[in-house]
Design a protein around this ligand. Sequence first.
Ligand SMILES: NC(=O)c1ccc[n+]([C@@H]2O[C@H](COP(=O)([O-])OP(=O)(O)OC[C@H]3O[C@@H](n4cnc5c(N)ncnc54)[C@H](O)[C@@H]3O)[C@@H](O)[C@H]2O)c1
Length: 426
Amino acid sequence: MDTKSSSKKVAVIGLGYVGLPLACLCAKKGHSVVGIDINKDIVEKTNKGISHIKDETLEQRLKEVTGKLVASDKFDDIPSRDVIIICVPTPVDEKYKPDLRPLKSACEKICKLIKKGQLIVVESTIYPGVIEEVVKPILERSGLTAGDDYFLAHCPERIDPGNKKWSVDSIPRVVGATNAGGLKAAAEFYRSVIDAPVHELSTVKAAEAVKIMENSFRDVNIAFVNELARSFDKFGIDISEVIKGASTKPFGFMSFYPGCGVGGHCIPVDPYYLIERAKTAGFDHRFLKLAREINHGMPEYTVELLEAKIGDLKGETVGVLGVAYKADVDDMRESPALDIIRILKERGANVIAYDPYIPSKSDVKSLDELLNKARYVILAADHREFKEMDPARLKEHGVEIIVDGKNCLDKEKIKALGIVYKGIGR
Ligand SMILES: NC(=O)c1ccc[n+]([C@@H]2O[C@H](COP(=O)([O-])OP(=O)(O)OC[C@H]3O[C@@H](n4cnc5c(N)ncnc54)[C@H](O)[C@@H]3O)[C@@H](O)[C@H]2O)c1
C-alpha cells in the first residue's frame, strides 16, 4: 500500500449498518470509495444518495458525499483499491452456530482479484481464529501471501446505530494484523479516517477477541439484572429504584437495565461465536450460555406478566408497541418484540402491532389507533413516541393493563389513572 499518499482508493464490501456509515466517512475524509453490495436495491439507492437505513445523520452524510462514494454490485474495482474493508453479516444459524457463509463468499469473490500491496481489513464480528483459519486460506488462493504480499488486519466495528453521542467518527478503535507491517498500515489508515484513538494489539486474535468480550460483557450483565428483576418481582421490590440507589456508589458498580429481551445483530449473536469456537478448543463457556438462556427467556417472561393479570390470552386482543429491537431504529434483527408477538399468537391472542419506524410490520397506522383497539398493551421498544406519550392517552382510549417491557413509562402516573402497570422487576 502506498503509505505516502494521504488519499486512498478504498472498497467497502457490505453497505449495511456498519459498511454504509464507514463508506460515507471514508469518502468525507477524502478517500475515493467504492461500496460493494450484493443487494442491487441498496446499490441503486446509495448511488442516488438515498440511505436505505433510517438515520438522520447517515441520510445527511450520504447526500454530502454524493459523487465521492460510488456503489456497485460488482467486484470489478477490487484490483485498483489500496484498502478493502469487509463489513458483511456474521449471523448464527437456526442452531445458534456461527454462519460464516457471507464472509467466506466475500473472500472467495475477492481472492482472485487482490493485488500485491493491498490492505484487507475485516470489520465484521468474528470469533478468535477466523482471520487465520478461514479468511487467510481463502485469500491465499490468489497465490499471494498475507504479510509478505498484502496486509491482512481485523478492526472490529463498534457502531451503535441510533446513538447520537458516539458515531463511527468518534468511537475509538482497536486493530490487530497478521504481521507488524499490516498493523502499521491498518492503524495509519484508521487514523486517517476516524477522529478518535486507534489502539494497536499485538495479535489479530486479540483484536477478534475484543469485540466478543465487549458484547458478551453486555449480555452477561443484562442477564444479571434480568435475573434480579425476576427475583425482585417476587418480593415486590422496584428494580429501577434499586439500580438508582446502587449507582450512587461512585466506584465498583455499573448500571445495566432489565427488559423484555436482548435484540440486534450483535449482543444476542456474538457470545455464540465464542461459545462454539471455545467448544472446539476444549473449553465450555457455562457463564455465557447461562446469560444467553436467561436473556432468551425474557420475551416469554414478559408475556407471562400479562397472563398473570388476565389469565388465558385466548381470544384477547393485545397491542404490541414497537417491533424494532431498540429505541428509534427500524432494525428488527433478533428483536424480542418478534418473539413476544409469536408467543402471544401461540397462546391464542389477537395481536396488533405498531412501530412508527417500521410501517410494513404495523397493523395500524398510529399509536392512537392501537390504543383504541387494545385493552391490553405490551411495550416492547422504547421509541420516543411511546416514552413521551401522555399516560392520559392510555386512559382516554380505555387501556386497562400495560406491561412496560422497557421500564420507560411513568409507573406512578399510570397507576394513578387506575390502569394496571407492570414493568420488568418493577
Ligand atoms: N449492526 C450493528 O450495530 C453492528 C455493530 C458492530 C458490528 N457489527 C458487525 O458488522 C457486521 C455487519 O453488520 P451489519 O449490521 O452492517 O449487517 P447488515 O446486514 O446491515 O449489512 C451487511 C450488508 O452486506 C451485504 N452482503 C452480504 N453478503 C455479501 C457479500 N458476500 N458480498 C457483498 N455484500 C454482502 C448485505 O447485502 C448487506 O447489505 C456483522 O459482523 C456485525 O456483527 C454490527
